[in-house]
Design a protein around this ligand. Structure first.
Ligand SMILES: Nc1ncnc2c1ncn2[C@@H]1O[C@H](COP(=O)(O)OP(=O)(O)OP(=O)(O)O)[C@@H](O)[C@H]1O
Ligand SMILES: [Mg+2]
Length: 343
């Protein structure tokens, strides 16, 4: 994000902990810190990738943004207005402006509603247009997501569509309200590669036409590189690295990001790309509760990493990393000059 660009959506030190009870024992389970003081900003028309392994807190972050859940700490604001405590018409307006596309369109679409009913439902809820205008909007948005001619699809039900078509309908349902922010939670994880590429292009096209800001949640770094302006890497609820997408993929600074890059399959490359080897083959024990979250798995960890956790520090404008080594290297090797591009 350019320094002068105003963020549309801002998360400041947002935390969410889950406490659950064991079914078999009466005791409470150990609480899970799903998000730990996460701060992020998304600019107007920006696509920010949120990348991390399973259980790292990506969906939790998305659910807090769309207000399916509330954070225990921190502030989320849209256009500078905190969303905590929104009620009545202001809450309804927020729900129109911020939409979510879920991983599994089968679960997010009501099987008893036709495609026409599914996509016009949010318009009805928000009292937008009359019946005829709503139908017109549905036809237009179906064309936008590549379901053409739309008349062929509007009277079908979700089970009469392929997985890729269902996800297009889910995108159409989110976009028909012309939202300011869309959280896309692994929208292609159930699709094959060619369908996924089509969905990425639809999201890019939507961004260009509607100027919508997108939080794109994924496991897939290659997809994030293709689609996103910036990438934030999350590990066990904390942001480890955030920088322009090309920077994260080509010059990852955090050992965890490097391990993710190493794990990418590399097909058709003449010579094997050099590996970072930043991941320990056998995990070590955590030194203390205050140690770096990645300490157990980090091949580069030193004694200091076992004692204290680095905070997310700015290496250069737009480029932040939570790692003592990255800080040391950027100061020692003066890499900061090369590493930062504003978007
Ligand atoms: N309702 C809940 N109750 C208890 N724990 C939860 C709840 N929701 C999430 N968690 C826990 O919070 C952590 C983060 O979960 P989350 O679903 O955000 O991860 P994720 O990054 O989206 O994972 P995935 O890539 O598998 O979708 C996990 O350890 C998960 O078990
Ligand atoms: Mg998830």
């Amino acid at each position: 994000m350019n320094q002068h660009q105003q963020p549309v959506l801002r998360l400041e030190n947002v935390s969410r902990t889950y406490r659950s009870r064991s079914i078999f024992k009466r005791r409470d389970r150990a609480p899970v810190r799903a998000l730990n003081k996460v701060s992020l900003e998304i600019a107007d028309g920006e696509i920010l990738g949120l990348v991390g392994e399973s259980g790292s807190g990506k969906t939790t972050c998305g659910r807090l943004i769309v207000k399916l859940e509330e954070p225990q700490e921190g502030v989320i604001s849209l256009d500078g207005v905190p969303i905590t405590g929104l009620k009545g018409s202001r809450l309804r307006e927020y729900r129109r402006k911020v939409q979510m596309i879920f991983q599994d369109p089968y679960q997010s679409l009501n099987p008893q509603l036709s495609i026409l009913e599914s996509i016009s439902e949010p318009l009805t809820i928000h009292r937008i247009g009359d019946r005829k205008q709503r139908r017109e909007k549905v036809l237009n948005v179906l064309r936008d997501v590549g379901l053409s001619p739309p008349e062929r699809f509007i009277f079908r039900y979700p089970h009469q569509l392929s997985g890729g078509q269902r996800q297009r309908v889910a995108i159409a349902r989110a976009m028909v309200l012309k939202p300011e922010v869309v959280v896309a939670d692994e929208p292609t994880s159930m699709l094959d590669a060619s369908y996924s590429a089509q969905i990425y292009n639809i999201l890019l096209d939507m961004r260009d036409r509607l100027h919508v800001s997108i939080l794109f949640i994924t496991h897939n770094l290659a997809a994030a590189r293709y689609l996103c302006d910036r990438i934030a890497v999350i590990y066990r609820g904390s942001i480890m690295e955030i920088a322009p997408a090309a920077e994260v993929i080509e010059r990852p600074k955090h050992p965890y990001t490097q391990a993710l890059i190493d794990a990418l399959p590399k097909f058709g490359m003449g010579e094997e790309r050099s590996r970072f080897n930043s991941l320990l083959l056998t995990e070590r024990e955590r030194a203390s509760i205050s140690s770096c979250l990645f300490f157990e798995r980090c091949a580069r960890a030193k004694e200091r990493c076992g004692r204290e956790a680095p905070s997310l520090g700015c290496l250069a404008p737009g480029c932040s990393v939570a790692c003592f080594h990255a800080e040391a290297e950027s100061i020692g090797g003066n890499k900061a000059d090369q590493c930062c591009y504003g978007i």
